[in-house]
Write a protein that binds this ligand. Structure first.
Ligand SMILES: [Zn+2]
Length: 706
């Protein structure tokens, strides 16, 4: 008997660990928290592939080697349960017969249809990729659809050399942006409707939404003027683009969910943190039914972006997918391979941070899957199958909260110091988070607090909470006054280019007693009489200039302390006058991290997890209330910089790793995952201690309280 689509999915997908939901109302305009319970039930793959297929017309015989059996066998080798396959790529070609778009001229059959059929036959979900922001042939055929810079030139990713001849090498990742406010939007909607009518769509994966790149084409300029936006201000142009994208996103969402009510909808680019705070200021991700966190750690800035991103979006109430790639560098790299160990580490880390897994691959134009790639991913996904139930569905839980400033440098610098000192933390300012769950909130060094925030933080302090605030994080956005009561008056910036810290006993554990260098100078504050000074500052004799300099680098310190301090404590508020997070992000000096950890240690008297991993080790504590358990994940796969890339190659075994836990529930048992071996529990006062005999790459401890 032929099953209808929903019956088919229900029977086939449940068997591979995909949750299924009844049709839900269009998720438009709801609050972050309001979306959570509804959207969490949507069907999402746990072991996904993103199968890139941007094939230009210069490639012959598209898909001629495609075989349903070979395609299926690759997915099976890798234990895949969902794959993003291509409807339309950046060269504007469709991979299916179309009346409203253009099928690839060298494709002779319905590749998309065959791929969907192949996936569904083996119970694999197949969301359809569809490009939006980059569409090369559409741009060439319709210059009026292109985004423009302020000077009227084409808005491109990277420098566009208009004088380059046809034989000049094209820079990598070089595309023209398309404008959302032209009839290009209508064209895309028409194409999507055709797709929705003709195919059994599990979801759409729309690509290239970069709100940080405002458009100044004639249409946008006229609309900005008519709608009262100030064209002369970049922030206004971005706000206008955000509004425009959302109008488009709502149309796409309504269209897709009209035909396929349970389909996932995702707009890529809207969760990125590397192009300023705009995605977060404008909540560009709010039409996404799931948040995919795209990150290629080998070349996109390392392995420490996912922890903060995952904690943020889980708290915002969304299911999340962590996206990396099988490539050694990044997207578009044919023949590049990440090592098996790196894939295994990345996959284990994704689960540890509570995310579904996705690795990007790029299908050969012939349509034949590269089995070596799927064997490598399969090794990682085989491990994921063993541990996924202990990560996906878990939520971060911590007594240390971090205030997200949405400055990638400050947030990530803070995050790195916490991760490397194995401090369990959560995000404080997301959704309607109750500050009372925290013992201490860390505010990174960017002035970002509003008056309301300061009021909430004051109440938190009054009810016994601690604040560790870094540099400008204590100031109002105008950098005039403090918004957090640090026990000092703000005087202004330092007149020097660099300075030095001298720590006192209370925060001096493990630190040198000599003055040590800070690569950026402190803010100057005048402490009140009863404020405790935890570290003093030594100024240099002078700033290094062409006229006045000594030796190769920074000028040495004076022999007396400056009349403004380096670290102060006002009751439960500790203020670090240097922007230690940004300094750590740029320089990574252990002295700075240890100073931060010592200061935090004064306030963080009840850490939920303590361990003694090496600094490249990571801990993640997840709470799975439905399972009645906490799970603490331990990771160790130190990345090493080799050339342009961060490489993980070695997964050394660690032995006898102690884990001490101070949880608010009475723990009944501790089980080592994935071995599923019970670990003895030692009671130490109100804490419990377990020891992991040995692990390589990853292990978890399931702590059952129910
Ligand atoms: Zn425009």
């Amino acid at each position: 008997m032929r099953q209808n689509r929903r019956e088919f999915l229900k029977t086939s997908l449940l068997g591979v660990g995909i949750s299924f939901s009844l049709p839900t109302a269009l998720a438009v305009g709801k609050t972050e928290n309001g979306q959570s319970s509804q959207l969490a039930r949507r069907r999402v793959g746990r072991r996904q592939i993103h199968l890139d297929f941007h094939t230009s017309e210069y490639l012959p015989n598209i898909g001629e080697a495609f075989s349903k059996k070979q395609f299926q066998s690759a997915l099976k080798i890798a234990n895949v349960d969902a794959v993003n396959i291509f409807g339309k790529g950046h060269h504007s070609w469709s991979y299916y017969p179309t009346k409203v778009g253009k099928m690839h001229p060298n494709l002779k059959f319905d590749l998309l249809g065959k791929q969907i059929e192949a996936c569904h036959e083996i119970g694999v979900a197949a969301p359809v990729y569809f490009t939006f922001g980059w569409s090369h042939n559409d741009a060439i055929d319709h210059p009026e659809w292109c985004s423009r810079s302020e000077d009227g030139s084409l808005l491109t990713n990277g420098h566009f050399d208009s004088s380059a001849g046809p034989d000049a090498r094209k820079p990598d990742f070089h595309w023209i942006f398309m404008c959302v406010n032209t009839s290009y939007h209508d064209h895309v909607i028409e194409q999507l409707e055709e797709l929705c009518i003709n195919y059994d769509i599990d979801g759409v994966w729309m690509d290239i939404y970069q709100v940080s790149r405002p458009c100044y084409c004639n249409t946008c300029k006229e609309m900005m003027f008519a709608e009262g936006f100030d064209i002369g201000k970049r922030d206004e142009a971005i706000r206008f683009l955000a509004k425009s994208f959302k109008r488009h996103q709502e149309s796409v969402t309504r269209l897709v969910q009209k035909y396929h009510p349970d389909a996932t909808v995702y707009f890529n680019g809207c969760t990125a943190i590397n192009r300023g705070a705009y995605n977060f200021e404008h909540k560009m991700y709010e039409y996404n039914t799931i948040q995919d966190l795209e990150d290629l750690p080998t070349t996109w800035g390392g392995y420490d972006k996912l922890p903060m991103q995952s904690k943020y979006f889980l708290n915002a109430g969304y299911p999340i997918t962590a996206m990396s790639g099988k490539f050694h560098t990044a997207w578009g790299e044919f023949g590049g391979f990440k090592s098996r160990n790196a894939l295994r580490y990345e996959a284990a880390a994704m689960i540890s941070w509570g995310a579904n897994c996705n690795f990007g691959d790029q299908l050969h134009p012939s349509g034949k899957m590269d089995l070596a790639t799927y064997k490598n991913i399969g090794d990682a996904y085989k491990y994921v199958e063993l541990i996924e139930n202990f990560g996906i569905g878990g939520l971060p839980n911590a007594r240390v909260g971090v205030w997200r400033t949405f400055s990638a440098k400050h947030d990530e610098g803070t995050c790195r110091m916490l991760l490397e000192s194995h401090t369990n933390f959560d995000i404080a300012n997301v959704g309607n988070k109750d500050f009372n769950q925290f013992d201490v909130i860390v505010i990174p060094g960017k002035a970002c607090l509003e008056i309301d925030d300061a009021e909430r933080l004051k109440n938190f302090i009054d009810s016994g909470g601690g604040i560790l605030v870094i540099g400008s994080g204590a100031l109002d956005k105008a950098h005039q006054n403090t918004l957090v009561d640090i026990g000092a008056k703000y005087l202004g910036k330092s007149e020097f280019d660099k300075d030095y810290l001298v720590v006192k006993e209370d925060i001096g554990s493990g630190l040198v007693k000599s003055p040590f260098l800070c690569y950026e100078p402190a803010l100057r504050v005048a402490p009140h009489p009863d404020t405790k000074v935890l570290a003093t500052i030594r100024e240099p004799y002078f700033s290094r200039t062409y006229e006045k300099f000594t030796s190769h680098q920074n000028t040495p310190f004076k022999l007396v302390d400056a009349d403004y301090p380096g670290v102060i404590q006002n009751g439960k508020v500790i203020f670090i006058a240097h922007e230690l997070d940004a300094i750590y992000y740029d320089y990574g000096a252990r002295l700075h991290r240890d100073l931060f950890a010592n200061a935090l240690g004064i306030l963080n008297s009840r850490p939920m997890v303590e361990t003694s991993l090496p600094s490249a080790g990571r801990i993640s504590l997840l709470h799975q209330p439905d399972e009645g358990r906490y799970v603490v994940h331990l990771l160790y796969g130190p990345p090493i910089r080799r050339g342009k890339c961060e490489v993980i190659e070695d997964l050394p075994t660690l032995f006898k790793v102690p884990v001490t836990l101070d949880l608010s529930k009475d723990i009944k048992s501790a089980t080592l995952v994935p071995e599923m071996r019970m670990l003895p529990i030692e009671k130490v006062g109100r804490k419990i201690k377990v020891t992991v005999p040995e692990f390589s790459c990853h292990c978890a401890i399931s702590l059952v309280y129910a």
